[in-house]
Write a protein that binds this ligand. Structure first.
Ligand SMILES: [Fe+2]
Length: 248
């Protein structure tokens, strides 16, 4: 019994959650206030696509699918991250997560014309502790497309889960969620520890650049013990290397 509570209450995630709140309450920074308070925010500036052509990732012969992901090639990825760095997006993510960060996913994420009520289209948290996803919206604003659904403030809840089912919340009312629609170039941040997503009931395709940022350190999910295997498993890239702040 004691062991059960010790495991539940004094695990890495539990300590990380408390420290996160204390740290951000004491050192509250204006630029991440929205993100800290609500779990998501939309960046004040739009992403400029001028030297970056993503058309090859947006060519689909048809849209008869619910979701599709295409890996972004390194040459394009470097350009995207460099622009994000120059815009101040990277420093904002570091203010929120800490300075040592790995990034992954790095895909063009497209929703097709099929409706969907399962997997990532169910309300859920990502069961990866605290981390940030950003979506760079690639379509004009259209409220008939599927938005990002986010249940405000749930990123601050202490969560425990033992299996996949405990990370899904299919019975939560969609009306309680914020519906976040981007327009071309909008940069949307959200903390994947909060409850997000909902059933896809719309059939109009739309695409985003999807990038995921996860912190490394003693209290984090990514730490000394698992970093080697996680780099291989998830194809993690050291953020500072990607934007050339660090050589090798
Ligand atoms: Fe998710």
């Amino acid at each position: 019994m004691f062991n059960y509570f010790r495991k539940k209450l004094f695990n890495r995630m539990f300590l990380q959650q408390h420290l996160f709140k204390i740290y951000h309450n004491v050192f509250i920074k204006k630029n991440i206030k929205d993100l800290f308070d609500n779990g998501y925010s939309i960046y004040g500036k739009k992403f400029p696509f001028k030297d970056i052509n993503l058309n090859k990732y947006l060519n689909h012969s048809d849209y008869n699918f619910d979701v599709d992901r295409k890996k972004i090639e390194m040459v394009d990825l470097k350009k995207i991250y460099t622009v994000l760095f120059e815009m101040g997006v990277i420093s904002l993510i570091k203010d929120y997560l800490g300075s040592k960060i790995y990034c992954y996913d790095n895909t063009i994420f497209t929703l097709g014309n099929k409706i969907c009520n399962k997997d990532s289209m169910q309300p859920h948290h990502d069961s990866k502790f605290r981390r940030i996803k950003i979506y760079i919206w690639l379509n004009d604003k259209d409220i008939n497309t599927h938005p990002l659904y986010y249940l405000r403030k749930t990123h601050k809840q202490i969560k425990n889960w033992d299996n996949y089912e405990e990370t899904r919340f299919p019975n939560l009312d969609k009306k309680k969620f914020d519906s976040i629609y981007g327009e071309k170039g909008s940069i949307i941040f959200f903390d994947t520890h909060g409850i997000h997503s909902h059933f896809k009931s719309t059939k109009i395709p739309r695409s985003v650049v999807e990038l995921t940022f996860e912190p490394y350190g003693f209290l984090n999910r990514l730490n000394k013990k698992n970093i080697k295997s996680e780099i291989t498993r998830l194809n993690l890239i050291d953020l500072d290397k990607l934007i050339n702040l660090k050589k090798n």
